[in-house]
Design a protein around this ligand. Structure first.
Ligand code: TXA
Ligand code: MG
Length: 346
């Protein structure tokens, strides 16, 4: 059995208990500002191996190492290229930098790569936990492999109950999508995964950043089964993404919903508040993620809404595409992956 332990402040005794478990080589799930992470001592290969086992994650998919402060970063030591210093000054933030892997970090953490993801999460409980553990913490999102990332302790429990000791529960995460990943070992630097820190912000520090357009991370070069990452972030039901102007998208989703309902297929619709009048149809599980003018809220609610669709046991999810500025780039990336290429231009 996995314990869910509520934590209310950075000096909560539960944090010290969790830190002790981490030092003893056990796994602990904890909140960050993006999604919940599944942590292990990043310097202990045996502990890190437990992450892959608990998630059912292939050992070809590298992990992100989390630090609490610059002191810890220097102790390992991680080496930040000077070009990355401006961005790193934004830490703690929803930002992961790919840097050279120090010898103290076992190769298992980075799936054999000579680089490693590094991040300082912007969450008081995460920072207190890492500081109390006294070691950097390797942590992927705390979901079972290829499932939707968890934005609450309950999501973690639903996926991993029985395979981890403890979940620190600090409520729903604020950002709701994973960190932006920037490879600063390449020239020009590359955005490998859009995320909680906007491309617009990253560009002010790295004007020549190259955006990787593929629907997969750079790590798929290290993956044995190609295409696997395309089905990352997937809900259990198939998802179709509709792209186009508001009017055409609503029409197309309505037609597709009707067609499915006629065939006895249960339908979920994932859309915006502005779509409610057109798309909150009888017999359809309709979710408005938020207003089209508030992409941060849409990002925050995206994963929980995909899980809600699963609980409603819909057979198919029809989703609208959102504007791609700010948080929108990451929203588009996650919806494309959830759609596994199933995109309709209208
Ligand atoms: O917001 C986040 O980043 C969350 C929280 C828990 O911090 N973590 C997270 O981890 O999203 P995960 O394991 O679900 O995603 C890590 C991804 C890998 O799948 C890979 O695409 C990329 O980070 N990555 C890690 N190390 C890499 C490396 N050395 N080179 C290229 N990509 C790497
Ligand atoms: Mg993940």
């Amino acid at each position: 059995m996995t314990r869910i332990v509520p934590v209310h402040s950075a000096d909560d005794p539960a944090i010290y208990e969790a830190a002790r478990l981490l030092r003893e080589g056990e796994l602990v799930a904890f909140p960050t500002e993006t999604v919940y992470g599944l942590g292990a001592n990043a310097l202990n290969a045996e502990a890190v191996a437990k992450i892959f086992a608990a998630k059912g994650r292939p050992s070809t998919d590298p992990l992100i190492v989390h630090v609490s402060d610059l002191d810890m970063l220097r102790r390992v030591p991680f080496d930040l290229p000077s070009a990355a210093e401006g961005l790193a000054a934004l830490w703690p933030a929803p930002l992961t930098l790919i840097v050279k892997r120090p010898s103290a970090v076992p190769t298992l953490v980075s799936a054999g790569l000579d680089t490693v993801g590094l991040r300082m999460p912007d969450h008081p409980i995460a920072l207190a936990l890492i500081r109390a553990a006294g070691v950097p913490i390797a942590a992927p999102s705390a979901n079972r492999f290829a499932h939707t990332s968890p934005t609450s302790a309950q999501h973690v429990y639903d996926d991993l109950n029985g395979s981890i000791a403890m979940i620190l529960d600090a409520g729903v995460t604020a950002v709701g999508i994973e960190s932006s990943i920037v490879d600063v070992t390449s020239d020009p630097p590359r955005l490998l995964r859009p995320g909680g820190l906007s491309l617009e912000t990253i560009r002010t520090y790295l004007p020549d950043i190259q955006v990787m357009e593929r629907h997969s991370d750079a790590s798929d070069e290290a993956m044995t089964a190609p295409g696997m990452l395309l089905k990352h972030y997937s809900p259990d039901a198939p998802l179709i993404l509709f792209e186009g102007d508001n009017y055409s998208v609503r029409e197309a989703i309505r037609l597709e919903a009707d067609r499915n309902l006629t065939e006895g297929v249960s339908v979920g619709i994932l859309a915006a508040e502005e779509d409610r009048a057109a798309l909150d149809l009888p017999d359809v599980h309709f979710i408005a993620l938020g207003s089209l003018t508030d992409l941060a809220t849409i990002a925050q609610r995206l994963y929980a809404s995909l899980r809600e669709m699963e609980q409603a046991q819909v057979d198919i999810i029809l989703a609208r595409a959102f504007p791609t500025k700010g948080h929108g780039l990451a929203i588009r990336d996650r919806l494309l992956r959830a759609a596994a290429g199933n995109v309709i231009q209208v």
